[in-house]
Design a protein around this ligand. Sequence first.
Ligand code: BGC
Length: 757
Amino acid sequence: MQKLYIILLVLIVVSCNSESNKDDGKPMSEKPTVSTEFDKEVAAVLSKMTLEEKVGQMTQITLDVITKGDNQYSSSQPYELDSALVYKAIHTYKVGSILNTPGIPLSRQDWYKTIKTFQDEAAKTPRQIPIIYGIDAIHGVNYTIGATLFPQQIGLAATFNKDLVKEVAKISAYETRASSIPWNFSPVLGLGRNPLWPRLWETFGEDVYLGKTMGVAMVEGYQGTLGDPNTVASCMKHYLGYSVPLSGKDRTPAWIPERELRQYFLPAFKEAVDAGSVTLMINSGEINGVPVHASKFLLTDILRDELGFGGIAVTDWADINYLHTRHKVAETIKDAIKMSVNAGIDMSMVPHDFEFTELLVELVKEGSVSEERINSAVSRILKVKMQLGLFENPVTDPKNYPDFGSDKFAAVSKKAAVESFTLLKNKDNILPLADGVKVLVTGPTASSMRPLNGGWSYNWQGSEADTYAADKNTIVEAFAKKGNSIFVQGVSFEGENNINAAVKAAKQSDVIVLCLGENSYTETPGNTNSILLPKDQIDLAKALSKTGKTIILVLLEGRPVIFNEIEPLVDAVFMGYLPGNYGADALSDLLFGIENPSGRLPINYPKHPHAFVNYNHKHSDNIAVPNYYESDYDQQYEFGDGLSYTSFEYSDLSISTTEMNQDGSIEVSVTVTNTGSRKGKEAVLLFVSDLYASITPEVRALKGYDKITLDKGGSKKVSFTITKDELSFVNENLETVAEPGDFEISIGDLKKKIKLK
Ligand code: BGC
């Protein structure tokens, strides 16, 4: 019916140009091409819309605003929509989008009922434009009861397995549509280059190449072919430079020169735009004193004109208001709206009231914001709604998604967890454990689902995971299933201390599985003044080490908490990141050798609290003066580290040619052989070093990776292609160039030199 309506409108409208690229004054011919799909249909709808309807489309409110409860910040439980408020939002203010949960996860049936109510109301409006509902389904549809929760992004990066990441995203999309929601605020494309930042774990780690390739895999997995009711719109976030606040605290200022912005932070967004991601969320912070929500340079000049992004740019939470109340660049909220809309935002995540809607109508009427700017924003919103098929199918029904929460999806989540766990130390090959050993499981992260899942799990801070994932295994439960284990908490996040009891139990055990790390958090509640492992956890480790028993340290944490004081006291170290609902099962399989570890660190693991350096550092980051200054580059573990229970040998590194033209390419291959005693997976990493350059070169940078499986004794040739792209950097004039000269290619310990002409 609605489809017919669109076609009819197209026929009626003779000529109505989309304004989607007219708000910047540059000649159209210089711009990248934005897809013209649905342009006519969009123009047809737009031509009928009143200003109030258009501004309503640009408004996104949070669910609490229209539920029963004390105010717009909370919903009473059991959760219920307030029909008068729903009417006000959809009919009076004509909102185009709604987001979030009412503080608790909902069943699929409740999501369906909720979203159907909105779409039924929207169908009664003159233009019948469906609502686009958005959610943070960042590791599976984490606000739906019974959904499959996966490892968080940092763990997915550690798998170095793009195909697996794509599969995870595909399942997440399916389960999000099974929850009737078509828009996912994921993936995070910022780089986790500051270990203090409380959202480091929401990134793919610190590397540009890993981040951009994983980002593309996730966008492809989410979006598939948009319009297919098993897929969702992805949302690239948070554009741009959000992940490296100077203080390490969330939403505090960043200083990033444009050259570094372009070299490190822009590529992942560029690649995801090219991969077709249809929406983007803006960085809440400020860079070099300019809040990104007020930056026409970033939101229009770079995003639209340079990257050619044609989709929706949505603000982050209340960020237009913060231009006035927090950043102090706008004297009033109205000025803030003018600033941000003119800079290039399309939709405001307001999210608590309708002030944006009212004031933006006024601004257009006064001539402070042009109607062209509004038309361009609304066109993009309508287009994404059409691309998603919302006009024909405004709400997907859970009954059409029989695989939701299925065992086969759980198996993929467990596989991702297995491949993410990163073995960083295995003294005397103490692991895997022999069957039948007596294990003491202890530590604050051992007995709860919270440290396995992290934030954005059932609720914002992940604090209810033990209730909603009660049927999944904690580490204690997973070990109990394997038999012969005892559990003593030792220390807890709530301040409990029974170290003596843990020591007593250790004396009666063969092996201690010591589970340390962090409890769940995200965003500003996760800010920290110290990245050191807390003292009570260190005390527990020290007391246990005095027993002389073997200690296997398992770290569940969102950022690399420094533990150099106890590292020499433990025999093995497993970095688990935030492995999700099947993380404990994965861990117990790994410790007993049912699975073989294959994760690699996607970040540097710092050793010292005041010496953070990324792996692709500059040569002058390492001015080692023996026994004198502490100027050397000294990490606990390095990006790319990760051990296996088998051994791999690299041989025959070969290159198709030693010299390459700017438009040429070089094929690089290496043979990898499993020389150990069991089947294993290996992430093969290729690094490039530019030996001399006009901007100080990085010591090395990842430019290729592949994950392979080899049987005992098996061998495989792995190939990569090097082009100018892999040899480029951003020069002083902000141009991406590959300068002629010598480069070194390394895989494992093997190296070859090539020359670019
Ligand atoms: C976060 C975003 C998130 C949004 C909606 C914000 O506070 O920064 O990452 O998508 O809330 O929940």
